[in-house]
Ligand binder design. Structure first.
Ligand SMILES: [Mg+2]
Length: 299
């Protein structure tokens, strides 16, 4: 109803809907590095994190709010380009940036994005709805973003070939249309977005739904780097892919809203996660998900 320019934004919730609210930090040297990541990408990813959470509930994004703290050594140009990344993606999704705050930080850049969405009453797709004996699916391809990050670590900062080959890393796109499709048809029993990595996010569904999982290594759709698929480790544990992971007892098409959907395994009665290797051997799969730049680097 009203956005930036008053004390609060006024939002109208569609009749018969409930509100969805998600908030995510984007912190310099934790989620990005200024010498590795273009500011537009940092902004784009910042908003993608919120939109992807709304997608994972089967919701419609309504508005975004951005609070940004920047230290005095950060050029205005960086901030302008960061905002362009946020606003371009907001326009793609027709989500208004309806408010926020700015402040000077003591050091570095901290951004907090809030995305508000809505979903028909009682229809949000939760992490807790999976039953044993259902099939497990993912959208798109996995590990591309982690592979790009691994490559960035090898390259000299400022090198020219940074983002050319890694579209999921350089151009993340929340699967809102797929989430909506699944919710409208009641196809997904449980759903989560892949922000921390397949093994970690699958573990969240297993814990919340009180089921286990059996994943077939060969079935996992791995992103390509050049002509080669990324390492299985990256597809299993790499973060920032912003694909959807869901369970279903229904028939699921191989493409939803133009996005490939792949069956990667099934839910089980026993609580643990297992991985059936390409060699046919069964291993215990642990939540070995993403660790950000600080501390021990996994990939
Ligand atoms: Mg999420």
């Amino acid at each position: 109803v009203t956005g930036i320019g008053d004390d609060c934004a006024v939002l109208r919730v569609p009749p018969g809907h409930e509100l969805l609210v998600t908030t995510d930090f984007t912190i310099e040297n934790v989620h990005f590095r200024r010498d590795w990541h273009r500011p537009e990408l940092v902004g784009r990813r910042c908003l993608t994190r919120g939109l992807s959470d709304i997608a994972a509930m089967g919701g419609e994004p309504l508005a975004a709010f951005l609070s940004l703290a920047v230290s005095s050594d950060v050029p205005q140009k960086w901030v302008d380009r960061f905002l362009k990344g946020v606003l371009d993606l907001a326009a793609e999704f027709k989500v208004p940036l309806a408010g926020g705050d700015t402040a000077q930080s003591r050091a570095g850049i901290q951004a907090d994005i809030v995305v508000v969405g809505s979903v028909p009453k009682g229809k949000a797709v939760l992490r807790s709805g999976a039953n044993a004996g259902e099939q497990i699916y993912v959208t798109g391809e996995l590990g591309g973003s982690a592979a790009a990050l691994a490559r960035l670590m090898e390259l000299k900062p400022g090198g020219p070939e940074y983002f050319q080959h890694f579209s999921r890393h350089s151009h993340p796109f929340a699967r809102v249309a797929v989430g909506r499709w699944l919710r409208q048809r009641g196809v997904a029993s449980a759903m989560i977005d892949l922000s921390d990595g397949l093994s970690t996010d699958l573990d969240h569904i297993c814990q919340e739904s009180h089921v286990g999982a059996e994943i077939e290594a060969e079935a996992i759709p791995r992103a390509q780097v050049g002509k080669k698929p990324v390492a299985l480790e990256l597809a299993l544990h790499g973060g920032d892919d912003y694909e959807l992971l869901f369970t279903s007892a229904a028939t699921v098409p191989s493409k939803i809203a133009g996005v490939p959907v792949t069956r990667i395994g099934r839910t089980t009665q026993s609580a643990e996660m297992r991985l059936i290797g390409v060699d046919g051997k069964v291993r215990l799969l642990k939540a070995g998900g993403w660790e950000h730049f600080q501390g021990n680097q996994k990939s």
